[in-house]
Write a protein that binds this ligand. Structure first.
Ligand SMILES: *Cc1c(COP(=O)(O)O)cnc(C)c1O
Length: 466
C-alpha cells in the first residue's frame, strides 16, 4: 500500500514541491508562447490517447500525475493566452488576474457565505459597487458572481420570471410553475443559444417565445418589437455573437418599461462597451434595463470562469435565489449564496477584483480600445487583401468570406491547421463565414499581420476552389 499522504514529509513541503513543479510547467508553457501552435497538431492530439487508462487500484505518485499532465496536457491546451487565438469570444487572461487566482487557489475558499470566506464575500461586495460605477448602472444594483453568462442569464431570468409572476399574484416558491399565469418572452431572432437554454430550464418553451426581426447587422429593429405588457420579459443584446452589433437599447427600453415589461440585456462580451469612452454610445440606454448578464472572462480578460449577473431590484434577485438552513448563519450583510444558483463556490471575486483594481477605469477603457482597434485593423487588412468583410466593425468581431462558400470553408480549415492562429466559423445570412473575435489584451499588430498572412497563404493553397 502506498503512503498517499507521505507522513514523513511535512505536508507543507510536499505541497511546495508540487506547486514548484506546477509553476515551472506553467512558466515553460508561457515561455513557449511565441512559437507554440495556437491549436494542437494531429500528432499532439494523438497524445491524448495516453489518458485512456483504467482507474488504477494503487494510484500514482503526485509527481507522476503532474508529469503526465505536463507531457501530454500542455501540448493539447488551446493557446488562448497568446495573441493569435480569435475563436468564439474567448478572452486571454491578464497576468494580474492569473496571479491573484493562484494565490486564491492556495487559499481554496468556499465563497458561500461571509462566515465561510470573509475575503471572498468582501470582494464580491466591493466589486458589485465598482461594476455599477464602471458600467453606469443604477446605484444599488445587485451583482452575482457565477461561472459564465449562461449561468448569469439563468439567474437573472429566474428573478425576472418570479417577479412577473409575483406581480400577477403568483408565488413560485409556494405554488411552483404548473398552473401559473403565462409569461411571454420577446427576443431578437439572433439571440444567443445560452438564452434559449436558460429559458428552457426556466420552464419557458418555444410556444411562449416571440422572435423579433433583425437588421443586416443582427440588431433588433425597434419598430418590430410590437406590444409588450406586464407579463413580458424582453431580452436584448449588447454584442451580437457574430457581428458584435448592439441592439438599439435607447430606442427600445423606455417603451418596453412604459408597457410594464422586464428588460434583460445579454451583454456577455459587449456590456463592457459601457466602460469605454469610444464605445459607450453603443450601450446608450443600458441603465434603463432591469437585469444584465456579462462575462469577465471575455472582454475584461479575467481568467475563466467568471460570469456576472446584475439585477436592479436586489430583493427580486435574493428572493428568487434564497436558501436557508439551520446550519447557515446568515449575517447582516450581503451573503454570496443569495446571489447565485450555487451555494459552495470558489471565490472568483478575487481575480475579478484584482483585475479591476489593476486596470482602473482608464485601464478598462484602454483595453477595450485596444481590442476594437485590432478588430478594425483586421478588417482593413482583410479588405486590402481582397477578402470580403461582411459586418460593420462596431466592436471586436470581424466576419469574412473568401468568395465561394467552398473556398471560405477550405481557407478556414487550412488556417486552423496551420497553427499560426485560430478562428471559428458561423453562418451569416445563411452562408458560412469565418468569425474573427479579437478578445485578448495579448494581441499585437504583428499578431494581426501574421494572422492575415496565414489567410492569404491559405487562400493561395486552396486556389482551385475559387
Ligand atoms: C459567450 C456568450 C454567452 C454565453 O456565455 P458563457 O460564458 O459561455 O456561458 C451568452 N451570450 C453571448 C452574446 C455570448 O457571447
Amino acid at each position: 500500500m502506498r503512503d498517499y499522504f507521505c507522513e514523513e514529509i511535512p505536508a507543507q513541503f510536499q505541497s511546495k514541491k508540487l506547486l514548484e513543479f506546477a509553476k515551472n510547467s506553467a512558466y515553460g508553457y508561457m515561455d513557449a508562447l511565441p512559437v507554440k501552435r495556437i491549436y494542437p497538431s494531429e500528432e499532439d492530439l494523438r497524445l491524448l490517447a495516453h489518458f485512456d487508462e483504467p482507474l488504477s487500484q494503487q494510484g500514482h505518485s503526485a509527481e507522476d500525475v503532474l508529469r503526465m499532465l505536463d507531457a501530454y496536457g500542455a501540448k493539447n491546451a488551446v493557446t488562448q493566452i497568446g495573441g493569435r487565438y480569435f475563436g468564439f469570444v474567448n478572452g486571454g487572461a491578464l497576468p494580474v488576474g492569473l496571479a491573484a487566482r493562484w494565490m486564491a487557489d492556495a487559499w481554496d475558499q468556499n465563497c458561500v457565505m461571509q462566515v465561510a470566506s470573509p475575503i471572498g464575500a468582501k470582494l464580491e461586495a466591493v466589486v458589485e459597487g465598482w461594476l455599477c460605477d464602471l458600467l453606469s448602472l443604477p446605484e444599488g444594483t445587485a451583482a452575482g458572481f457565477v461561472t459564465g453568462s449562461s449561468n448569469a442569464s439563468l439567474c437573472a431570468l429566474t428573478a425576472a420570471r418570479n417577479a412577473i409572476l409575483r406581480g400577477h399574484g403568483w408565488n413560485v416558491h409556494k405554488s411552483g410553475l404548473f398552473g401559473a399565469p403565462a409569461v411571454q418572452v420577446v427576443l431578437g431572432e439572433q439571440a444567443h443559444a445560452s438564452i434559449f437554454k436558460a429559458l428552457a430550464m426556466l420552464g419557458i418553451g418555444e410556444a411562449q417565445i416571440r422572435r423579433v426581426k433583425n437588421d443586416s447587422q443582427g440588431r433588433i429593429i425597434p419598430e418590430e418589437v410590437g406590444a409588450l405588457n406586464s407579463s413580458t420579459i424582453l431580452i436584448l443584446q449588447a454584442g451580437n455573437v457574430n457581428s458584435g452589433a448592439f441592439d438599439p437599447l435607447d430606442a427600445i427600453i423606455p417603451q418596453a418599461k412604459a408597457q410594464g415589461a422586464w428588460v434583460h440585456v445579454d451583454g456577455a462580451f459587449g456590456l463592457w462597451a459601457a466602460a469605454c469612452s469610444q464605445t459607450r454610445h453603443l450601450t446608450k440606454g443600458l441603465e434603463g434595463a432591469d437585469s444584465w448578464s456579462c462575462d469577465a472572462h471575455k472582454t475584461l480578460n479575467v481568467p475563466y470562469d467568471s460570469g456576472i449577473l446584475l439585477v436592479r431590484d436586489r430583493a427580486a434577485l435574493t428572493a428568487s435565489l434564497t436558501a436557508a438552513g439551520d446550519y447557515l448563519p446568515v449575517g447582516a450583510e450581503r451573503e454570496p449564496m443569495h446571489y447565485s444558483a450555487e451555494m459552495s463556490k470558489r471565490a472568483r471575486s478575487i481575480e475579478l477584483w484584482a483585475t479591476l483594481r489593476y486596470l482602473g477605469k482608464s485601464g478598462v477603457d484602454a483595453l477595450i480600445k485596444r481590442l476594437c482597434a485590432h478588430a478594425r485593423l483586421f478588417g482593413a487588412r482583410f479588405a486590402a487583401e481582397g477578402f470580403e468583410v461582411l459586418n460593420e466593425i462596431a466592436f471586436n468581431q470581424v466576419l469574412i468570406r473568401c468568395g465561394s462558400d467552398a473556398l471560405t470553408m477550405a481557407v478556414l480549415k487550412t488556417v486552423q491547421q496551420s497553427g499560426v492562429c485560430w478562428c471559428g466559423q458561423s453562418l451569416w445570412e445563411n452562408r458560412p463565414v469565418i468569425r474573427v473575435s479579437v478578445s485578448s489584451w495579448g494581441t499585437t499588430e504583428e499578431d494581426v499581420s501574421k494572422s492575415v498572412q496565414a489567410f492569404v497563404d491559405a487562400r493561395r493553397q486552396n486556389a482551385g476552389l475559387e
